[in-house]
Write a new protein. Structure first.
Length: 167
C-alpha cells in the first residue's frame, strides 16, 4: 500500500514537471499586451430589432467573465471591438407528418466583427461572415425568441474565443 502511494506521488510529480516544462497552461491564452477594451454597440440592418443590443450585452458579459481585459472608453482603451449583425435566417429541418408543421427549426445568426489595436492600428481579428446556428423544437414550446437568445449567447462565446492567442 505504501509503495503504491509513493509510486502515485512520484508519477504525479513527474507529470507536473513534464507538463509544466512544455509551455502548457490551465489558463486561456489571451494576449498579455492588451489590458483594456472598448466594445462598440453592434449594428444591424436586420428587421428583427434588439438582436444587436442583445449581442453587444452578451459579448460584454462574456469578456467580463472569461478574459483578463477591463472595459474602458474608446479614447483610452488599448483595443476596440466592433461588429454588425448581417443576417438572421431560419430553416425547417423536419416537419410533422400529420399537419405538415415545422417540428425542428434551425436559426442561423451571421455576424461580422473586428478587434483592432488602437495603439498600433493593427487588426487583431477580423471575420467578415461568422455563422452561429441554434436548433429548436417547436412541439416542446421552444420559440424563435429562445433560439435567438441561444444563438446570441453562443455567438458571444465564439467571438471571445477568437480573441485568444494562437498556440
Amino acid at each position: 500500500m505504501c509503495n503504491q502511494l509513493i509510486r502515485i506521488v512520484v508519477l504525479g510529480l513527474m507529470w507536473v514537471a513534464l507538463v509544466g516544462g512544455c509551455g502548457y497552461s490551465s489558463e486561456r491564452p489571451f494576449r498579455s499586451d492588451v489590458k483594456t477594451i472598448a466594445v462598440k454597440p453592434f449594428g444591424t440592418k436586420e428587421f428583427r430589432r434588439r438582436i444587436e443590443m442583445d449581442l453587444t450585452e452578451a459579448v460584454k458579459k462574456r469578456i467580463q467573465l472569461d478574459t483578463p481585459y477591463r472595459f474602458a472608453d474608446e479614447s483610452v482603451a488599448d483595443t476596440v471591438l466592433t461588429g454588425e449583425v448581417l443576417e438572421v435566417r431560419q430553416g425547417t429541418m423536419g416537419r410533422d407528418f400529420t399537419w405538415n408543421r415545422p417540428r425542428e427549426t434551425q436559426l442561423t445568426l451571421i455576424v461580422k466583427f473586428q478587434w483592432k489595436d488602437l495603439r498600433s492600428g493593427e487588426v487583431l481579428v477580423q471575420k467578415d461572415r461568422w455563422l452561429q446556428t441554434y436548433d429548436y423544437a417547436r412541439p416542446v414550446c421552444e420559440t424563435e425568441w429562445d433560439a435567438i437568445q441561444g444563438a446570441v449567447d453562443r455567438m458571444a462565446e465564439t467571438i471571445v474565443e477568437q480573441m485568444e492567442r494562437d498556440w
